[in-house]
Design a protein around this ligand. Structure first.
Ligand SMILES: Nc1nc2c(ncn2[C@@H]2O[C@H](COP(=O)(O)OP(=O)(O)OP(=O)(O)O)[C@@H](O)[C@H]2O)c(=O)[nH]1
Length: 369
């Protein structure tokens, strides 16, 4: 594994590895394996581990932060009258409200660790398709270089249709997070992952595997609808494969660990080259949209006031700004600042025309031009 740091140069930020995978793919065993691998290095490089699965009975590693210390999943189920999945999701939502504190703690440890590892709930969609999952991912990726490790149960992926479904799922996560992505073919002690690499690199190999699979032709010898669909999808996936790294590991034996960390270390550059500029662009776009919304509201307000004055000259005459002696009569005087940071969409949109004040309270509206 390449060292993360050169003598004398400032320490690089740690890389966050978000482990995601279908239930039973081996996420927890994988986190345990990378944990023990990093401890076994000379010198040891213990990672900082966060468990985000509120429903897991026990984890085979020492966590630094554990969602179960903050939220009692069983209590959540009882209190909100929820089933197991609703309970996990609500527990994750509750934990997410504290994630700024989590991030503070992690950032404080940034000088002492090289890797931060997130183990996610077993039900993959609870993390990948929930607002909390997106908030946690964005928050951590905004603060530290981050890579997604998508754990695949290799022995259960040897059928072309299952393989494709798994890849499509991975593809959706890649496009959702836009983060550097590593396909981790786990359990290679049971099933080597060569077939998967072959299918990923040679489109025709995959099509051939598809053609030899049962049920791909109908009674008249024509490809079935599913087969045609899978053929077309495999063309789409061809583009997806170019954007990611694939490694084979066995969390059971420890095989493939150094290759995995080479892929992780290489992802740092990818994160800096592709994700960070995108993040900056998104931030400045948001900022610009906000400015435009403010300006638009202001223009509309000015226009409305000007129309009112034109149609009601008596009101306009009475509605004069009284300038106290010694007070400057400039247009850039104090304006009430409307802080909407506690609103449902903090900072997303400020519409000054909708400002509300208790009656009787003075408002220094800007003058119409
Ligand atoms: N042979 C073999 N078995 C493995 C390997 N990795 C995990 N397993 C087994 O796969 C099963 C599931 O592993 P877990 O680590 O619990 O999987 P998980 O994805 O965390 O499962 P959830 O808790 O449902 O999310 C366990 O029986 C593990 O022992 C591996 O590399 N090789």
């Amino acid at each position: 594994m390449a060292s993360n740091q050169n003598e004398g140069s400032p320490k690089k930020k740690p890389i966050t590895i978000i482990t995601i995978g279908m239930a039973g793919a081996g996420k927890s065993t994988f986190v345990q394996r990378i944990n023990s691998y990093l401890h076994s290095l000379q010198p040891p490089r213990p990672p900082y581990i966060l468990n985000l699965d509120p429903a897991v009975a026990s984890v085979p590693f020492e966590t630094n932060i554990d969602i179960r210390d903050t939220v009692n999943y069983h209590e959540v189920m009882k209190q909100y009258n929820l089933g197991p999945n609703g309970g996990i999701l609500t527990a994750l939502n509750l934990f997410t409200t504290k994630f700024d504190q989590v991030l503070d703690i992690v950032e404080k440890r940034a000088d002492t660790v090289d890797y931060v590892i997130l183990d996610t709930p077993g039900q993959i969609e609870i993390f990948t398709w929930s607002a909390s999952g997106a908030i946690i991912t964005d928050a951590i990726a905004g603060a530290l270089p981050t890579v997604v490790a998508y754990i695949i149960d290799t022995p259960r992926t040897t059928a072309p249709a299952t393989f494709m479904s798994n890849m499509l799922y991975a593809c959706s996560i890649l496009y959702k997070t836009k983060l550097p992505f590593i396909l981790v073919f786990n359990k290679t002690d049971v099933q080597p992952h060569d077939f998967a690499l072959e299918w990923m690199h040679d489109f025709e190999e995959f099509q051939a595997a598809l053609a030899t699979h049962n049920g791909t032709r109908d009674s008249e010898g024509e490809p079935t609808y599913m087969n045609s669909l899978m053929n077309s999808m495999s063309l789409v996936l061809d583009e997806f494969y170019k954007n990611l790294k694939a490694v084979g590991v066995s969390s059971m034996t420890g095989a493939g660990m150094s290759e995995f960390f080479e892929a992780v270390d290489a992802s740092r550059a990818e994160y800096e080259r592709e994700y960070l500029p995108d993040l900056e662009r998104a931030r400045s776009r948001r900022e610009q949209t906000l400015q435009e919304a403010k300006q638009d509201s202001m223009n509309r307000l000015m226009k409305d006031l000007a129309v009112d004055r034109a149609s009601n000259p008596e009101f306009a005459r009475q509605d004069q700004w009284e300038v106290e002696e010694g007070e400057e009569d400039d247009d850039g005087g104090d304006m009430d600042i409307i802080d909407r940071s506690d609103d449902v969409w903090p900072g997303q949109y400020i519409d000054v025309t909708r400002a509300r004040r208790p009656t009787g309270e003075d408002i220094n509206w800007p003058r119409p031009g």
